[in-house]
Design a protein around this ligand. Structure first.
Ligand code: ATP
Length: 272
């Protein structure tokens, strides 16, 4: 059984249909990325999955006792409010010190506990949000454009952390991202949304799909190929999708046609 799945999910906000007849499913341990233009319903879909938005029609099925860790797109913290990272992670419920330490470790920010939330850099802030989402040891992590505002090395580092979390905790990851060439390479499956599911499959299949190209053009192809090389490793999946691994280990060096963009990305990725 899937961790979470929708069937003919239709969402309406303020009388407007923002998503129509969406069928998606996330399986244990896989990383699925949702891409799509602004206003295509990505955040709304995530909000429905976490139970914050009621479907107009269709169903959402969650595995029994499913624990979800959610990283929102934005979170405003009052700049005048003194609040340490440790204090923030104790909201709204007090957590054992050990649990907080473990979550900070998994998010790659062990040294931030005593810092003020308002003193964090954008990248540190996102990792603290990630730590918060990890507190309840989720079966699935749901991230809504978690790297918004980060530079490319920062984004690449963040996604690598996500891959590490997946490896260590075995959780599935469902994320929305605009960092197409970075995130697609870190994903087992990509889903392209535009009011409905336009296309889905491995990053390569989606990048080649006419529907995807019509929305995003072909600009990410080279960097994408380079990233497949950078990320060529085996995942410890609790399950295996034949269709998601076909191209995982294609090691064609893409430097020839990706050099300009690819060097920066690869550098950021390795430094992280
Ligand atoms: N609270 C709201 N009130 C009114 N309309 C909303 C609200 N939230 C979302 N919408 C509308 O629903 C549609 C889908 O928005 P959504 O935020 O899900 O898209 P998105 O793909 O996540 O966009 P972006 O990439 O810009 O974050 C848009 O037309 C948006 O204007």
């Amino acid at each position: 059984m899937s961790l979470i799945a929708t069937r003919n999910l239709t969402l309406r906000i303020g009388g407007q249909t923002v998503l129509r007849d969406v069928d998606i499913a996330v399986e244990r341990g896989e990383i699925v990325t949702i891409v799509g233009p602004n206003g295509s319903g990505k955040s709304s879909l995530l909000r429905a999955l976490i139970g914050a938005l009621k479907p107009a029609s269709g169903t959402i099925t969650r595995a029994a006792d499913l624990r979800i860790g959610y990283v929102p797109q934005k979170l405003q913290i009052d700049a005048t409010l003194p609040l340490t990272v440790h204090g923030f992670l104790n909201l709204p419920r007090r957590q054992p010190r050990e649990t907080i330490a473990q979550a900070l470790l998994q998010a790659g920010v062990t040294d931030l506990a005593k810092k003020q939330m308002t003193d964090l850099s954008g990248g540190q802030f996102q990792r603290v949000l990630l730590a918060r989402a990890l507190l309840n040891k989720p079966h699935i992590l749901i991230l809504d454009e978690a790297t918004q505002g980060l530079d490319q090395p920062g984004s690449a580092a963040f996604y690598r952390q996500i891959e590490e979390v997946r490896r260590d905790m075995g959780c599935a990851v469902l994320m929305v991202s605009h960092d197409l060439h970075v995130v697609m390479a870190a994903s087992d499956r990509v889903l392209c949304l535009n009011g409905h599911v336009c296309c889905e499959g491995t990053p390569e299949i989606v990048a080649d799909a006419p529907e995807y190209r019509a929305l995003f053009g072909t600009g990410t192809q080279g960097a994408l190929a380079l990233y497949r090389h950078e990320h060529s490793h085996s995942h410890d999946h609790a399950h295996d999708h034949g269709h998601t691994h076909d191209n995982d280990h294609t090691h064609d060096h893409a430097q020839g046609h990706t050099h300009g963009a690819g060097c920066n990305h690869a550098h950021g990725d390795q430094d992280a």
